[in-house]
Design a protein around this ligand. Structure first.
Ligand code: SF4
Length: 235
């Protein structure tokens, strides 16, 4: 219930003028293929289990994906790749994700974006990243009792994790910060993620079309990351 209240609060946020203008402009002009749809046009909250052990952290909603459907990674090519992989891993009840009411349910997994509004060119500014960070901190605070693993999709999400670790867990991130890479792992002291020391952090290339179409990120590579996450989460 607390998570649902947070989701509702996030959905009404207007803190970033540039992103508010962009998300609403995209929702008003639409892409031709979706011209009969009512776009969400608001911040996209997290989605998935309230008792998640694994948090998948993305960059920001896609203009005609999450910004259209109102659910993160829903209705775009990145989501097609991600949810198919979650289904193969036994973490989603179906391989597809087309709309907010398509029956999709995640087990043990929550998905959120570091920036909750669709940015022009998929590029939020550092100020927008910092402005949106408190929402992530509050979401992670609610997930903390069960959360064991964070999968950062891309370098932006990887970088967004460190302030969350210090704000929510009171854990000082290492200096210099561990570098992002596909397969990069940061384990808290003691090795396994816990509600006191913080979750394990796994790096994965983002499921963007740019990565999946070029074969930089293959389904098998994503399966390996999810399998490692399951293992670290004790699933
Ligand atoms: Fe609010 Fe985050 Fe959207 Fe900025 S990006 S308007 S902080 S929800």
């Amino acid at each position: 219930a607390e998570l649902a209240a947070l989701d509702a609060e996030i959905s009404g946020c207007r803190r970033c003028p540039r992103l508010v203008a962009w998300r609403e402009e995209v929702a008003a002009t639409k892409r031709a293929a979706f011209r009969d749809e009512v776009y969400w046009g608001r911040p996209v909250p997290g989605f998935g289990a309230a008792d998640a052990r694994i948090l998948i952290l993305g960059l920001a909603p896609a203009a005609h994906g999450g910004n259209r459907t109102g659910r993160i990674f829903t209705g775009d090519r990145s989501g097609d790749v991600l949810f198919a992989a979650l289904h193969r891993a036994g973490l989603a009840n179906q391989p597809t994700s087309v709309s907010r009411d398509d029956g999709l349910q995640l087990a043990d997994v929550r998905i959120a974006a570091a920036v909750r509004c669709a940015p022009p060119d998929n590029k939020p500014t550092p100020v927008e990243r910092d402005t949106c960070a408190p929402w992530l901190h509050r979401e992670v605070t609610l997930l903390r009792p069960t959360l064991r693993v964070v999968i950062a999709l891309g370098a932006f999400a990887w970088a967004a994790w460190w302030p969350t670790l210090s704000t929510v867990y009171g854990v000082k991130p290492p200096v210099p910060r561990p570098r992002f890479g596909h397969g990069a792992v940061f384990l808290p002291e003691g090795g396994a993620g816990s509600s006191e020391r913080g979750p394990a952090l796994l790096g994965s290339y983002h499921v963007s079309q740019q990565n999946t179409f070029t074969g930089r990120l293959t389904p098998a590579m994503l399966d390996d990351v999810l399998s490692q996450a399951r293992h670290l989460a004790g699933l």
